[in-house]
Design a protein around this ligand. Sequence first.
Ligand code: ADP
Ligand code: MG
Length: 647
Amino acid sequence: MEIRHIRQLSAEVIGQIAAGEVVERPAAAIKELVENSMDAGATAITVEIRDGGITYFRVVDNGSGIQPSDIRLAFSRHATSKISQADDLYGVRTLGFRGEALASIAAVSKVNCTTRMHGAEYGVSAQNNGGEMGEIKEAACPEGTSFTVKDLFYNAPVRRKFLKKPATETGYISDLMMRFILSHPQISFRYVADGKTIYFSAGDSKLESAVMSIYGLSTLENLHQVSGNMNGVLLEGYLGVGDLSRGNRSHQSFILNGRLIKSNLLTNALEEACKQRVMIGRFPMCVLHLTLPFEAVDVNVHPNKWEVRFQNEPAVRDAVQTLVLESLQKDTPLSAAPALFDEPELPISNAVITRTSPEQYKKAEKEDIEPNSKINIPSSVFEKRDSVFVEPSPNSTSSFVARSDEGNPSFTQEIPSEAVTRNAFSIPVAEPVKPVPFEEPTVEQVQVPILQEEFDTLPVRLIGVVFNTYILLECQDRLLMCDQHAVHERLLYEQFMRDLAGSTATQMLMVPEIVHLTHREYDMFLDAKDALFAAGFDASDFGDLTVQLRSVPMMLGQARSAECFRDALDELIESGALSQHKRTDRIIQMACKHAVKGGERAPMEALMDLIRRMIRENVTPTCPHGRPLVIQVTERELEKRFHRIQN
Ligand code: ADP
Ligand code: MG
């Protein structure tokens, strides 16, 4: 066997090995450079890339600049101006602190640094290729620092081969820039890829402006604002559930003391709080800023600095979960109804370049959607709701005639006065609805303006039911469609949770039932006995793949007990490893689903009661599986669809 002697590696090889941890790909190098710019106090940062950053990228800032005499040192490993002793690692306030980014990047590329200190007469320019420092020359340049990096991994061909296609690398960088914008609303970012401006942020210090420049106004308007503090954690930001949930977690941004981080702990806390508002297989989106004492977090976990360690993990988890839940609880089924039609979003490039704050955007949007004079409808039509009706006309050859209360001659067609108070679209099922007593809502509840002047009636008018499933309601300027089954399921769930607290949630079977199970079901039963019991299924092992079922959750009724018990086991088998608490929750959700039958014709009074309870109890606006209870279409949207107004 050949004997291999131990050798000291050359500085060049050491540099390349170390570079691997920090500069895994262009996006990672850009992250380091942008963080340096932020540490230097920049208020404007431009990032330009070509070919996914593989051949070229540049980061330009207006920060403090680097002293000419420090440049050489800045490029050497473990050289930093940010900490000086080990103790400084506790409570790091800067984004960088390891002093290895510049050295790592330079080790595997060709870097130019041009920099000028604030107030200095001139700047300097330095070149470093593959770790070899070139001459440092005087240069005419603006105040601040610019790093230009060419040919990443030109001297490390194996690493270069691991890079993805330029388009994919561009994607990583765009994702990073998105997060930088969301994490630093006080900095104006410009991000240009292959000559095209992708993102531009105002840098006006408002998180809403930053969110808008990434996601657009209509998303911003539908996000939940999160704000509060608990357990020494200050939490601020935005949250998207329901229709705004996503197919993966790439739109969850967590920022801790201004640092972009990834954290399973935070993701879990968020998702636990949102679980009833997001369908299975979907994920909430968020931009959440956490502020904690610097000493309460360890940021020195990995060279790429994405991970952190919290001193008190349970405290942070509880705070995030509770504050997120609180922000969601402000929703009522009527206020949180998703729209039937999607609002067209402006293409991102338009949205970000010309309108960088919500105010500007709203102003521009208003200009865009002024009613178009080409459609010859009297302007009063737009101003006064309840004044336009479309009625079958008894004495006209055309079957419909539009009429305005204002009496514009071209539209006037006499209609009997009682026709004006009826709605021509009423569905025959609808009984005239008697006003139902309605408790005076608290300020928080009145997110929906109330139609009737008095507060003692429901803020909605029942129109009828379609397809034996959807209850139609008129609520001021909106048409609401409620899924009767989803509403019922939600009410049952909340009722059951209340009962569970008072332990009246189970019913004994008159005759205990022997249920035969498959091997898999039987194993699951043995494993999940406690969770099943907590949810109201009292069953004991009867041997030989059978169990004796003594009680079932109250809402299930006797007849379907064995079937539902098996379904509960299937649900658990399908959902995989869960905590006992989550298992119980799944079983209860399953039970609610089973309590409601599909396509059932329900008496009007029962439906009215569902709606009444939904509004009164201000229930969570989704069923326990995340489906919406109510969707809506606004009068304005209908006007658009019928081309009564344009846009
Ligand atoms: P670290 O950020 O961990 O200190 P780096 O290798 O990233 O290490 O940077 C080394 C040093 O170079 C920094 O400590 C800082 O003093 C200086 N530096 C780097 N980039 C900039 C910049 N854009 N503006 C001002 N100083 C910079
Ligand atoms: Mg750094």
